[in-house]
Design a protein around this ligand. Structure first.
Ligand SMILES: Cc1cc2nc3c(=O)[nH]c(=O)nc-3n(C[C@H](O)[C@H](O)[C@H](O)COP(=O)(O)OP(=O)(O)OC[C@H]3O[C@@H](n4cnc5c(N)ncnc54)[C@H](O)[C@@H]3O)c2cc1C
Length: 438
């Protein structure tokens, strides 16, 4: 059996970017995905959904703008480069970006689909990666198994055709005329689903329940977005836990809010319904409430809600419940056992600045972990902003030399300040005012 340099487990955007950036290196790599083909949250690929970051935050561009796996090259290959520039809006739809990812996936030779990893066992020289059909060996592994739906406890026993998570929204039959649909969750997914229901489902009654006090818009201004720069992330990583926790809380809306355009579109739609005199019987928004109980009743669902501030109870009878209640890191049993000896912080493994897990005991090789370090690397760790940069760090770590000393690296290096005992806050010049604030 050949010993590979690295195996990536899971092929979502994060490990896809790693595979694209590894190609020009001499690393012998393999990436394993349980699905039969590449998908990016297919159940939420709604027609109006937009990518919430610049499409230049693709698999490669911010680290290697000359790579053929860039979004710009994808546009050129599909004959849309001029029309993309001409449309005067530099953003793209999630559907187009998903198509871009599929195009990257089709061109990479190191990806294997339809192979679910069931175990990772350390041995003397590296890791034995067992899938349902075979075993591979590698001296390092990069875990990119992504996120899974978060389902409220009171709903978990009822998940099926008419109670389901937002992640399955497009995979379920649409509501029929006269149905009363409860959408739970006031984040971007909940808002996208409500918009879809308002546009597509004629005669559907919608109740939208959120624990938030209002529809809170995403803070997407350029200063706020400095939090999604390499230097900021390095500096964040070096802070004490208490400070990191409070920054994540304070800056949550730079990632968890509803896009301003969508908030405004929804408001306009509701206004028009009001003008037409059909708002009150077709739509209701309940803010500052939590769902406390669900029971099945006469082929419908009886839902109890409680006001967060008032503790006042409220009961609804609905036909369908869509849970836009967020996602959480996926931690399959094999991962829990592999990470058993890791140093922990707030229930998650401690990662170094290069995303390698810090173990209390000697391990045969590095284990890198994607998408699980919100409290350690900041909010960028769960979004696409620094995906290429993060993977350049992983590649440099695997090669034990700086292969990717490029735009992002230089930007970080420029920001280094030497203070007594070595290199201290890593802040690119552009982010220094943010450093001053935090
Ligand atoms: C609906 C939605 C929209 C988003 N939109 C944006 C956005 O616009 N901008 C932004 O910056 N961020 C966005 N995000 C956040 C983030 O970018 C995505 O969650 C992204 O998909 C994370 O990529 P990933 O590779 O970590 O995980 P995932 O995309 O979840 O991929 C993980 C993969 O691992 C596979 N897998 C799991 N277990 C195994 C196993 N045992 N063996 C083999 N394969 C396995 C899964 O099948 C899956 O394909 C969005 C998130 C969601 C949910």
């Amino acid at each position: 059996m050949d010993m590979l340099d690295v195996i990536g487990i899971g092929i979502g955007p994060f490990n896809l970017s790693l595979a694209a950036l590894i190609e020009p290196t001499r690393l012998r790599a393999l990436f394993l995905e349980k699905r039969e083909t590449f998908y990016w949250h297919p159940g939420l690929a709604l027609p109006n959904s937009r990518l919430q970051v610049s499409p230049l935050k693709d698999c490669v561009t911010l680290v290697d703008p000359t790579s053929s796996y860039s979004f710009l090259n994808y546009l050129a290959m599909h004959g849309r480069l001029y029309s993309f520039v001409n449309k005067r809006n530099a953003s793209t739809s999630r559907r187009e970006f998903s198509d871009y990812y599929q195009w990257v996936a089709q061109r990479l030779r190191t990806l294997r689909f339809g192979e679910e990893v069931v175990d990772i066992v350390p041995f003397k020289d590296g890791y034995r990666v067992n899938t349902s059909t075979t075993t591979y060996l590698a001296r390092a592994v990069v875990i990119g198994v992504g996120v899974e739906p978060k389902i409220p406890v009171c709903a978990s026993a009822f998940v099926g055709e008419t109670v389901y998570h937002a992640a399955d929204y497009l995979e379920r039959s649409p509501p029929s005329t006269g149905e009363h649909v409860l959408v739970v969750g006031g984040g971007q997914s909940g808002a996208e689903i409500v918009e879809h229901l308002l546009t597509r489902s004629v005669g559907t009654r919608i109740t939208w329940a959120t624990s938030r006090t209002n529809l809170l818009a995403m803070d997407d201004n350029s200063f706020a977005n400095e939090a999604y720069m390499p230097g900021y992330s390095h500096r964040f990583h070096a802070l004490p836990l208490q400070q990191r926790r409070s920054i994540v809380e304070r800056e949550k809306l730079t990632s968890d809010g509803v896009s301003t355009e969508l908030c405004n579109r929804l408001y306009e739609m509701l206004y028009e319904r009001d003008v037409a005199g059909s708002l009150s019987e077709s739509f209701r928004l309940l803010s500052s409430v939590v769902v406390t109980n669900i029971t099945s009743h006469d082929k419908r669902w009886r839902v109890d809600l409680s006001g967060i501030a008032t503790q006042r109870g409220h009961r609804l009878s609905v036909d369908r419940i869509v849970l836009a209640t967020g996602f959480q890191p996926r931690t399959p049993p094999f991962l829990q056992s592999l990470l058993g000896g890791a140093r922990m912080e707030e229930g998650l493994p401690v990662l170094g600045p290069d995303y390698a897990v810090c173990f209390s005991q000697q391990m045969p090789g590095p284990v890198y972990l994607q998408n699980q370090s919100r409290l350690q690397h900041g909010l960028q760790s769960v979004n696409l902003s620094l995906v290429a940069y993060r993977n350049s760090l992983i590649i440099n770590g695997l090669l034990e030399r700086p292969f990717y000393v490029n735009t992002a690296e230089r930007q970080v290096l420029e920001g280094y300040e030497t203070r007594g005992k070595g290199v201290e806050p890593v802040v690119p010049r552009s982010a220094q005012h943010v450093a001053a604030i935090t």
